[in-house]
Design a protein around this ligand. Structure first.
Ligand code: GLN
Length: 428
């Protein structure tokens, strides 16, 4: 197995337990998804050597479907990043674009699929972390509707935003994996049964490439600010769908102007609370306790967390603090409600909404590390979808003149996975 691009944190084979639809397939698992008996680090020194005592629900389902897990994939620390450069275990290189980042935070998952070192992979998407690396590595990634897939066993970063989702070379394979992991789970009270929402779980069968009569809305706000070559490649993909019988019209999502700000306030606030458990007692290396709890607690977190995680815990704690809550957190929640409403309106006049997945092609390795704001702004097209809890897919749209992959994002209504799968499968 070639790992020179650093896609795996742990290479250890976990065999499937039964014969099923994934028999003979390898499914790599992002390292923030718990695997019984196999280390799960979240890309953090804090969890180096941590071995979960149970499987995440998605892992049990992959095993029961006959899938073989070849290892745990590298990722931005606790899912915080857009380039996979915040991992405590080193950056991942993009196998589809040497010298460039694979995208994040599920960069390892996308890279091992792009390199052919796993047939499929699971990632998690809090603000784009499945779609961004799929786009940057030239593979397919799906972020499911909030509640379609169990989060039991996923180490929480920002739980009101995130979902586990599949990555694969084709839409049909990604849909096959989604079919295996989707559905209610007694261990996660936020899961929902798709059949209560007027649909079923036959996702792979929906990948029939039939876009005849499909109505595509293109939100001007998600195309305008993007890199010129990304925009050209995006329109080529829309032309291709049009040639196959789809039609498009422009729509407006005025609220998305505030989406990145709202997303980061909410994500950091939730992170500051979720990451409180890494205190050296519940999780993390045990301190040499010398009698001063505050000092030991601070030392464990000082040594265990990287700079991006510290930045977010500090900012999130600030945004939630008495006196500032109304100014930041509450405002962000208002913006979130507005974003949801805008999507509902746009989707009442279109079957799917289309945009470039990422407004930029993959960064060069090291390029965005010193400028967190630049990294955050790259999430402009993906974060609104998480705020609205909607499903979205990223499919390869083509390449820039330098051969850098560009992704097309298709967003559907809640539990509209089959519609975005059908539309995406016309391209990949
Ligand atoms: N880049 C976004 C962030 O850093 C999204 C990450 C993710 O989806 N886990 O929060």
């Amino acid at each position: 197995m070639s790992t020179e691009y650093n896609g795996y944190v742990t290479e250890e084979t976990i065999e499937g337990t039964e014969d099923g639809p994934l028999a003979g397939k390898t499914v790599a698992i992002k390292d923030n998804i718990s695997t019984e008996g196999v280390p799960t680090t979240c890309g953090s020194a804090m969890l180096e050597g941590y071995v979960p005592p149970y499987d995440a629900t998605v892992v049990s389902r992959v095993k029961e479907a006959g899938g073989t897990i070849p290892g745990k994939t590298n990722m931005d620390e606790f899912g915080m990043g857009t380039t996979n450069e915040t991992s405590a275990f080193g950056s991942v290189e993009n196998p589809a674009a040497e010298g460039h980042v694979p995208g994040g935070s599920s960069g390892g998952s996308a890279a091992v699929v792009a390199a052919g070192d796993a047939d499929m992979a699971l990632g998690s998407d809090t603000g784009g972390s499945v779609r961004c690396p799929a786009a940057f590595c030239g593979v397919v990634g799906i972020k499911p509707t909030y509640g379609l897939v169990s989060r039991y066993g996923l180490v929480a970063y920002a739980n009101s935003l995130e979902q586990i989702g599949p990555l694969a070379p084709t839409v049909e394979e990604a849909a096959e994996l989604l079919e295996v992991i989707a559905g209610p789970d007694e261990h996660d009270g936020t899961t929902r049964d798709a059949t209560d929402h007027g649909t079923d779980y036959d996702f792979a069968a929906a990948a029939d490439g039939d876009v005849d009569g499909l109505s595509i809305g293109v939100p001007t706000e998600l195309v305008e600010g993007a890199d010129e070559e990304v925009v050209e490649t995006f329109w080529d993909a829309i032309d291709e769908l049009e040639a196959q019988g789809a039609s498009y019209h422009e729509v407006e999502l005025p609220s998305v102007e505030h989406a990145v700000e709202a997303y980061y306030v909410i994500a950091m606030s939730e992170a500051s609370s979720n990451l409180a458990r890494f205190d050296g007692v519940r999780y993390g290396p045990s301190p040499d306790y010398e009698g001063n709890w505050n000092e030991e607690f601070a030392k464990v977190r000082e040594e265990g967390f990287g700079p991006e995680v510290k930045r977010r815990v500090l900012l999130g704690t600030y945004a939630l603090s008495a006196g500032y809550q109304d100014k930041y957190y509450k405002k962000a929640q208002d913006a979130r409600a507005w974003v949801k409403q805008d999507f509902d309106e746009a989707l009442s006049e279109a079957d799917v909404l289309a945009s470039p997945t990422m407004p930029v092609p993959p960064f060069e390795l090291g390029e965005s590390l010193d400028d967190p704001l630049k990294m955050y702004l790259a999430d402009a097209n993906t974060t609104p979808v998480n705020l609205a809890n909607l499903p979205a897919i990223s499919v390869p749209a083509g390449e820039t003149s330098d051969g850098l992959p560009v992704g097309l994002q298709l967003v559907g209504p809640a539990f509209g996975e089959k519609t975005i799968i059908r539309a995406g499968s016309a391209l990949a």
